[in-house]
Ligand binder design. Structure first.
Ligand code: NAD
Length: 519
């Protein structure tokens, strides 16, 4: 069974897994419109999580290569920033079409490198595509403001102008969606870009930049450099880079926010999460349990908006055995096989970490109602599989509650009242997402008003906002003051320039220079 062949079909795009003979292919850099073989000696192996077979090797770009990417982006900025908004819009029109036409190919690459199911991988592309579609309305989004007659013969207007070279650093869990939160919004505003994908899932982004080039984006407008810490430090320090978008873990997010900010850059940093779903006893039981199972275990729990903590209020605590029974029907298998509900987790290290957090919960007094730690998937014995796992009687002091597990593990907590549930969530440091399941409007309204979390679902388990809104995770899940995509995204990638002008039909020369502020 060769997973190397589960790459791109005969569509003529960059092929992440095309190799000569039996050698493992290297992922290329993308600089000034060209795919380039890195001169580095340091490579990172990328494994298919279902088999642990090496599918490609990612280069740690050299200092010279990274500098040449920034040089290319700086040079391209001179023209791109002055390209008409209609031209930039046309690139986006073509780009969204190409992504749509090739969604299956993109999804295959995601499944090969990341492990999620093909259907879920298409969802990953689709949610990114929606951002590109929204970028097509840049002709309205980037409008400035005007005010005529602010004084005699004097008018003012403000423009939203691009910043220059911007950069993005992405995580492994959404290989298409998260890059598409970043560079399309930057480019359509007139910026140029340096992108660093996760070193664990580089292939999808290479396809995406190839498609962007085919959509008419000029050379140098988007560049891809690979690597780990050295690349991140380079992005944080290079004085030509004006803004950084980061999505990933807390540790990296705080580091990049601090280092980038110290260097005077704008930084937006989306980080970890511990999303609670509150189940009220008046909720529609069937729908709620179905939604909970999907939101907790979909993508093997590797979503920043996964509902990883279920807070059952009052009588709803009696529903837990039914939740367990439903979860048992999920199929764990390689992501490309039909019928799979959960694929593998990203790496053997991630699997071990998840297993040890489950064990810590048991050691600290939680009850393991469903234990997927020792699952073996026939034909994929080397894969990083963890079956759905449910811990009950979890208390806030336990490690399994305090840490983001980022695997197919649902922890359940009991609460006597809605107020107790709200208090629990507001005490948790994270603020990415939360949901409540209820049939009572007043309960939903109270929850919405009292809860201190940036994204709230009412009978919606994963409330990720569509791109006409913004991704508004808060508190410990976000650093910065301007969110991703939507209006906030446009604001992040532009700065205001305000012009105050006076035109008089007949010039009246003042008799004296005014040294005081005009009143
Ligand atoms: P990660 O932080 O390990 O990696 C993200 C990026 O940062 C990668 O490009 C990586 O090369 C770089 N990086 C990793 N460690 C670094 C370090 N110490 N210093 C500098 N750079 C470093 O994250 P991941 O494991 O790829 O992704 C999973 C995490 O991302 C989870 O915590 C998840 O909640 C979070 N996430 C958050 C959102 C959101 O919008 N809030 C969305 C998706 C994922």
């Amino acid at each position: 069974r060769s997973f190397r062949s589960v790459g791109v079909g005969n569509i003529g795009w960059y092929r992440p897994y095309s190799s000569v003979g039996n050698t493992v292919p290297n992922t290329k850099l993308f600089i000034n419109g060209k795919f380039i073989e890195s001169q580095t000696k340091n490579f990172i192996d990328v494994h298919n999580p279902a088999t642990n077979e090496v599918v490609t090797r990612v280069p740690q770009a050299t200092q010279t290569e990274m500098e040449s990417a920034v040089e290319s982006a700086s040079e391209a900025f001179k023209e791109w920033s002055e390209t008409s908004v209609l031209t930039r819009q046309q690139v986006m029109f073509k780009y969204q079409q190409l992504i749509k036409e090739n969604i299956h190919e993109l999804a295959k690459t995601i499944t090969t490198e990341q492990g999620k199911t093909l259907m879920d991988a298409e969802g990953d592309v689709l949610r990114g595509l929606q951002v590109v579609e929204h970028c097509c309305s840049i002709t309205s989004l980037q409008l400035g403001e005007t005010m005529p007659c602010i004084s005699k013969d004097m008018d003012a207007h403000s423009y939203r102008v691009p910043l220059g070279v911007c950069a993005g650093i992405a995580p492994f869990n959404f290989p298409a969606m998260i890059p598409l939160w970043m560079f399309p919004v930057a480019l359509v505003c007139g910026n140029t870009y340096i992108f660093k994908p996760s070193e664990r899932v580089p292939g999808t982004c290479m396809l995406l930049v190839d498609m962007l080039q085919h959509a008419g984006c000029p050379n140098g407008v988007v560049n891809v450099i690979h690597g780990q810490h050295e690349t991140v430090n380079f992005i944080c320090d290079d004085p030509n880079i004006k803004a950084i978008s980061f999505v990933g873990s807390d540790q990296a997010g705080r580091y990049i926010y601090e280092r980038g900010s110290l260097n005077g850059k704008r930084v937006q940093s989306n980080m970890g999460a511990k999303n609670h779903g509150v189940i009220m006893p008046d909720a529609n039981k069937e729908t709620t349990l179905t939604q909970l199972v999907g939101a907790a275990f979909g993508a093997a729990g590797q979503r920043c908006m996964a509902l990883s903590t279920a807070v059952f209020v009052g009588e709803a605590q009696n529903w837990i055995p039914e939740l367990v029974a439903r979860t048992k029907s999920l199929q764990v298998n390689a992501g490309h096989l039909p019928g799979t509900d959960l694929g593998p987790v990203i790496s053997p290290e991630a699997k071990e970490r998840i297993k040890s957090l489950v064990q810590s919960g048991i050691d600290e007094g939680a009850t393991c109602l469903l234990d997927g730690r020792e699952i073996v998937v026939p034909g994929y014995e080397q894969g990083n599989f963890v079956g759905p796992t449910i811990l009950s009687q979890v208390k806030p002091h336990m490690q399994c509650y305090q840490q983001e597990i980022f695997g197919p593990v649902l922890v359940t907590v009991g609460a006597d009242t809605l107020d107790d549930a709200i208090n629990l969530i507001n005490t948790n440091p994270y603020g990415n997402g939360t949901a409540i399941f209820t049939t009572n409007g007043a309960t939903a309204r109270k929850f919405t008003n009292k809860i201190d979390v940036g994204q709230i679902g009412i009978n919606v388990p994963i409330p990720v906002p569509l791109p006409m809104f913004s991704f508004t995770g808060s508190r410990g899940s976000f650093l910065g003051d301007t969110n991703f995509y939507g209006k906030a995204g446009i604001n992040f990638f532009t700065q205001l320039k305000t012009v105050t002008q006076m035109w008089r039909e007949t010039d009246v020369t003042p008799t004296q220079s005014a040294t005081a502020m005009p009143v």
